[in-house]
Write a protein that binds this ligand. Sequence first.
Ligand code: 2M8
Length: 440
Amino acid sequence: AGAAEGPGADTERLWRLAVATLDGNWEHDHTVPSRTLYPHQWSWDSAFIAVGLAHVRPDRAWRELESLFRAQWADGRVPHIVFNPRLPVGAYFPGPEFWASDRADGAPAAATSGLVQPPVHALTAWLAYRRAPSDAARAALARLYPRLVAQQRYLATRRDVGGGGLACVVHPWESGLDNSPAWDGPMAAVPADVAVMRAYRRHDTRHAPAAHRPTDLDYARYVAIVAGYRDGGYRDDDLGRRHPFLVECPLFNAAAGAAEHALARIAPLVGADPGPHRERAAGITEALVRRLYDPRTGTFRPRDLRTGRLVPARTVLGLAPLILPDLPAPQVAAVVTEACSARFGVARQMDRPLPSYDRTAPDFEPLRYWRGPSWMNINWLVRRGLLAHGRADLADGLRRSMLGLVAGAGCHEYFHPDTGAGLGSPAFGWTAALVLDLLA
Ligand code: 2M8
């Protein structure tokens, strides 16, 4: 599309569309991912959105992150949803009454979920600061710093269930890629009753076609895993013995590593020592390679802690370790090979967008959410990884592909990986934010 050619009418149009989308989704102190599908505040959405806001409304970038971190729990976990008390009951399922955070120790005053999401916040806070440095931005960064450190500490201590230096996710929602084929194996072991699920009313399928969303069986398991965790007070001790879903995810841990690298940059600005962050970053990269890299296939894949095995599915999660600046050369080469293979099709000149799943797999589903469609946040992370490892040529191909998607379909939540048609929410926060970052 013309937008890829640099400044011009199309660039101007995309810029205005993205700003209008962010403005339309702004809600007193945060941005909703979508007014219809996700009307509350989501954790990693807010992180990506802050990057875009830094280009146009820097004060809002900091309000976005600070409102999220105000809902941090005493143990350091940053909840994946902060509920807006002004919305009616039933605005989203599962809502605050289901999560019942008010009955859990260490929960904040606001109603929240008890799960987390990939910790991309330190990275995006750093990028937001670099984009628009000011005294106010530095003061916000100084307020956030101890909270970002506590977020990392929670993951490194309470969530290292495998004991090998990586954090595990206890629910597919924590991965951010809810129904990725990566979770099919681990999810199959979770007992769930679809009849019980049907006693609830799903909210998502009122706003998006059911064929573009997770299935009822997926939801039955999502709800069952939350119910068990909630009934244990969202405590993390003894998870290995009692929790049905425990997975080490390459994207989640790459985000945690990138967070330590970012904190090492932030620390001197706020009078803290970067040394410990550098050490922890190195430790996470080493653990990722040791535990999640499979030299036989040359891929990073999640490890199911219940079986001890790497999951077989080759998903876009495996490309995420590229965001680590200290990823060793053999793994960089392997990930780039995987990205450029027919499975993912990254190229200088891309004929189709980057999918969320191996497009050669028999169960590739071009319409169903994280089982095939293309997503802007993942594209953005992979592009950053390519830039970090000297592949500006491929990063540029990805950038043009991303801009082409939004130029053709608008700020959709996700895109058909063959036709580029817009799917899910039509006015989606992180798509708008990350487009601004690409255009700036
Ligand atoms: C999706 O997840 C929520 C549950 O957290 C849902 O399906 O209702 C995912 O795409 C997730 O990555 C994202 O943060 C969230 C809000 O955009 O929606």
